[in-house]
Design a protein around this ligand. Sequence first.
Ligand code: FMN
Length: 179
Amino acid sequence: MNHSKSVETLFTPFEIGNVKLANRIVMSPMTRNFSPNGVPGEDVAAYYRCRAENGVGLIITEGTFVNHPDVVSNQENVPHLYSEEALEGWSKVVEGVHEVEGKIFSQIWHMGARSHVNDYSKQEITELIEAFEQAAVNAQKVGFDGIEIMAAHGFLIDQFFWDKTNARTDEYDESHPFC
Ligand SMILES: Cc1cc2nc3c(=O)[nH]c(=O)nc-3n(C[C@H](O)[C@H](O)[C@H](O)COP(=O)(O)O)c2cc1C
C-alpha cells in the first residue's frame, strides 16, 4: 500500500449530496456540556470555528437535543436545537464556521431509555418522529449544511434495534425489517 498517496487522498475535496467539502477530514460528534440551559454561546462558536480554521473539512456537532419532554435527565448543559435562544446561538456557530470555509452538520439526539423512559406508546413515537423532523427543519433554518441523526450507543432509535431493549410486538418490533 502506498501510504503517502493514501494520506494525500485525505486532503482532496469530497461531495456529500450538494455539500462540497474541501477535504475528507471529518470531526466526530463529541458531547461537551458547555451550553448552559441548552444555549450555545460565543465560546462554543469559537471552539467550532477554530476546528474549521485549522483544516477540518466537515464538523459534526456534539449531540443536540430535539424538543421532547423525555429527551434527557440531568443534562442541562447539552445544547438544544429548538428554543429561540439556542437557535440564535447555533446561527452564530454556523456563521463562524462558514466564514472560514468550513462545513458543519448538527447531530440531533434523544437519550431515550438512557434518560428515563423505556416504554413508548405509538402516540409518543409519532411525537418523537415529529420532534426529530422539527429539529432538522430548525437546523436548516439556522444554516447548517446537514444533519446527522444520533442512532447509536443505546440511545433512542438504537434501543429499537436490539431484542434486549425492544420487547415490542407491533410494527416497531426489533425484528421488523427497516430496509
Ligand atoms: C467525550 C466524547 C463525547 C462523545 N459524544 C458523542 C456524541 O455526542 N455523539 C456521538 O454520536 N458520539 C459521541 N462520541 C463518540 C465519538 O463521536 C466517536 O464515535 C468515538 O469516540 C469513536 O471514534 P474513535 O474510535 O475515533 O475514538 C463521543 C466520544 C467522546 C470521547
